[in-house]
Design a protein around this ligand. Structure first.
Ligand SMILES: [Zn+2]
Length: 303
């Protein structure tokens, strides 16, 4: 079947898939042209402007005359997009990814903060929905929504072993993965340790373990498009990578967490291999905090 594509704004059929314009990784919302991209988002642009006005009015946060000079300076706005000091990501209930950019500049001897809200496509801002300038720290803090993200660290090349946990013994016997059998044995031990920890700290009100199999389908997406990745060296001196992604299912937000062991270099492909140790869904934000293991590294946008 050849599936048809229609512009999300004008609904025109896009004949050649190569002509589809996408501006977000989080959503596959196709557009036929830049004009349609801008029109589609015009209400959101208005919304963020109104929001700013009402925040400024209710908190008495007004700026000096210099504001409009900087606001209209395209070079300054471009520098916010190209080299922000800070980026925060907030995900709406529908899964839309809003990125909040911050940059401090000095203009005619005055310290100013640039704030932008943008959509992102492959780690780069793709559409600026809103920007403003302020000298008020309070306004700045109000826009630090969601969580801070770090694009500065490039993820190392990694391949993912999609191991079916029900066939662990099979994979040891056949050793299809090309992984040292000794490592696989140590892996069994590690898996039971991590499982024991998990059972100890999880809440009884969380998603029932009997239902975990219903969530297994999310593993691949968590690994390929995580919201956050954490890295640590555990007690066995092994590298542990923890991938986290939040989802919305039937109106409820849950996290899906995949804790992986990173094995250096598969001897056949000479690539690093990730082996899931424990994967689970959770609606408990406290548990999610506990699984921020080690230091945060960048989102991985590789497939
Ligand atoms: Zn269109």
């Amino acid at each position: 079947v050849i599936y048809p594509y229609f512009c999300s704004h004008c609904h025109k059929k896009i004949q050649d898939a190569a002509d589809i314009m996408l501006i977000e990784n989080a959503l596959s919302r196709p557009y036929c042209s830049e004009k349609c991209i801008v029109s589609y988002h015009s209400k959101i642009v208005d919304y963020f402007e109104d929001l700013e006005n009402s925040i400024r009015e209710s908190n008495n946060l007004f700026e000096q005359d210099i504001f409009s000079e900087v606001f209209d300076d395209n070079k300054i706005v471009q520098s916010l997009l190209a080299r922000p000091d800070e980026v925060w990501l907030d995900v709406s209930d529908l899964g839309e990814h809003y990125y909040f950019l911050f940059k401090e500049i000095e203009y005619k001897g005055i310290r100013l903060n640039l704030i932008g809200i943008s959509l992102f496509y492959f780690n780069k801002p793709s559409m600026l929905l809103f920007h403003t300038i302020t000298q008020h720290q309070m306004l700045l803090n109000l826009y630090r929504l969601g969580r801070k993200v770090d694009f500065s660290v490039d993820n190392e090349d990694s391949t993912i072993v999609n191991e079916d946990t029900n066939q662990e013994s099979d994979s040891i016997d056949k050793n299809d993965s090309g992984i040292d059998p000794e490592i696989l044995q140590a892996l069994e031990k590690k898996k039971s340790e991590y499982l024991a920890d998990f059972l100890n700290i999880r809440s009884h009100n969380d998603i029932a373990i009997e239902k975990f199999h219903l969530y297994e389908k999310y593993t691949k997406q968590v690994l390929s498009e995580p919201d956050e990745v954490f890295k640590m060296i555990d007690g066995d001196q092994d590298q542990i990578l923890t991938y986290v992604k939040s989802f919305l299912d039937k109106g409820q937000i849950f996290f899906y967490i995949v804790v992986c062991l990173k094995v250096e270099e598969d001897f056949r492909t000479e690539q690093d291999v990730l082996i899931p140790i424990i994967t689970f869904p959770s609606t408990d934000s406290e548990l999610y905090q506990r699984y921020k293991l080690g230091e945060k590294i960048s989102r991985s946008l590789r497939n």
